[in-house]
Design a protein around this ligand. Structure first.
Ligand code: ACM
Length: 494
């Protein structure tokens, strides 16, 4: 069966199917790449994926002219209305042409082509025929920020796990990986001059396991891997709360001068940096400065949530200082929406999560005139249980069914359209210890958030989405992706 264009998630902006124009990938198909070197890494990536799945040679040729069966990646000359990330994908009997003005657009188009091929293309020696449905797709995202947040602090995840997650989110055109690098239970990034942060603060995790951390080279490796999938890493160092691991490492960061013990439970809101001490700002400057130097993306996240251990006037003073420090290192600050209690420069991004606050933090962010990323916990938090039978996960904002995660509209939160930067799906890891745990919680809810971030609101429809979602299952099985077979979706027999 040929996969219909409507099965692509996120569903593209425009579909023009032409049943008379199907294309079949064969042993004589070539991959032609043109328009410059920026297109070449995506060609190499796509060729590797398709060679692995089909067993075909699929040679890469450089240049626009081609005869015979071809998949063409063409950079440049795209419709300017498609923006920074848009593309067209045109399928005719002899060719598939992906055209975009940017490398990101070409990559997104290649991910669309991947989804139009049978799921078994994800397996070595998968079974064809490799037929792609004919017609044209014209596509661009609704929002520039389509984020996934991964908490590597509560439980540590290896570079390989993070890279696998990057591949999984990129398949759904997520373009931001917000990495929650520090929390009460663990400090996961090496900072030169502050070796105890990782030696002590990185030595454990929730439940008392051995924890871990990334060297700066490993962090750079993650950033580069993400960039190859057109995903921008947004590193987060949380403060002034969620800092027990740092305080346990350096007693001078506490007001008392005494280091607390390491913490391996899952309470929140008890730890605080000492806002009145000069060393706090030396620490902040060195941490944020080193992160900024290793991070080509525009954003550094400063946390700012659940600072129950910090007096309110200290809180706003700290946030002001943290935002200024990020700016001094040439980046834009991102924080959880509580940061709107402090005066913020207009480019700052406030991420709304705490639906229990009745929208108060979001309202302040709107009044401050900053950009907003919507991650309402009762819709977007992938760490919440699906239902009463889910073994992993928490329930403070849930349970959150697949339908609940999908069936909401970013325009319904009272934020002026010009202030909505996008959406994000956070995955906190209090109860998650393995890659399979991550996949169980993220899939199948993450593609729903991705679709909200990318596809026009006019396409939004749970009754058809659940059928399109079911059609992803053969691909996930071929990828060995451990998704939750929610009873809300009629999955095909495995
Ligand atoms: C959060 O869930 N504390 C951002």
């Amino acid at each position: 069966m040929v996969i219909p264009m409507t099965d692509v998630i996120p569903i593209p902006m425009e579909l023009h199917p032409d049943p008379s124009a199907d294309f079949t990938l064969t042993g004589s198909t070539v991959l032609a790449v043109s328009g410059g070197a920026v297109a070449e890494p995506t060609a190499t990536w796509l060729a590797a994926l398709l060679r692995h799945g089909t067993g075909f040679a699929l040679p890469i040729t450089v240049g626009a002219a081609h005869a015979g069966s071809v998949i063409a990646l063409e950079l440049g000359d795209a419709d300017p209305s498609l923006g920074d990330e848009g593309y067209t994908l045109t399928v005719r009997p002899g060719s598939v042409v992906i055209r975009a003005a940017t490398g990101a657009g070409l990559f997104h188009g290649a991910e669309t082509l991947r989804q139009l091929l049978p799921g078994s293309v994800e397996t070595a020696g998968g079974r064809g025929p490799w037929t792609v449905s004919g017609g044209q797709i014209v596509d661009r995202p609704r929002y520039p920020w389509r984020g996934a947040m991964l908490d590597v602090a509560r439980h540590f995840f290896s570079v390989a796990d993070v890279e696998r997650y990057i591949d999984e989110i990129a398949l759904y055109k997520i373009n931001i990986l917000h990495l929650h690098l520090t929390d009460d239970q663990g400090w996961r990034i090496a900072i030169n001059g502050w070796p105890q942060l990782t030696a002590v603060g990185g030595s454990t995790e929730v439940g008392g396991g051995t924890g871990g951390y990334y060297t700066q080279d490993q962090y750079r490796q993650i950033v580069a891997y993400a960039a190859s999938r057109y995903v921008t890493v947004v590193p987060e160092v949380d403060g002034p709360g969620h800092v027990n691991a740092a305080l346990a490492s350096y007693p001078e960061l506490t007001c008392s001068g005494t280091a607390p013990p390491l913490y391996t439970g899952i309470d929140v809101g008890f730890s605080s940096l000492c806002v009145g001490k000069a060393v706090t700002y030396q620490f902040l400057d060195e941490v944020l400065g080193q992160l900024a130097a290793m991070t080509p993306g525009s954003y550094i996240a400063i946390g700012g949530d659940e600072a129950g251990g910090t007096p309110p006037e200290d809180y706003t003073a700290f946030i002001e200082k943290a935002v200024q420090t990020v700016a001094a290192h040439g980046k834009t600050a991102v924080g959880w929406a509580e940061i709107a209690a402090a005066p913020l420069p207009s480019g700052t991004i406030a991420e709304y999560w705490d639906t229990a606050d009745g929208g108060a933090s979001l309202e302040r962010a709107v009044q401050d005139g900053v950009k907003v990323v919507l991650a309402p916990a009762n819709r977007c938090y992938l760490d919440q249980k699906y239902d009463d039978n889910t073994t992993l996960g928490l329930v403070w904002a849930g349970p959150t069914s697949v339908e609940t995660a999908y069936d909401w509209d970013p325009t319904s939160y009272g934020v002026p359209a010009a202030q909505v930067e996008g959406v994000e799906a956070p995955l906190f890891s209090e109860t998650l210890t393995t890659m399979a745990d991550i996949e169980q919680m993220a899939f199948p809810r993450l593609p729903g958030i991705a679709e909200i971030g990318w596809s026009p609101q006019s396409t939004h429809d749970w009754s058809s989405y659940r059928l399109r979602l079911a059609a992803q299952a053969p691909r996930w099985e071929a990828m060995n992706l451990d998704f939750y077979r929610s009873p809300e979706v009629s999955w095909p027999a495995g």
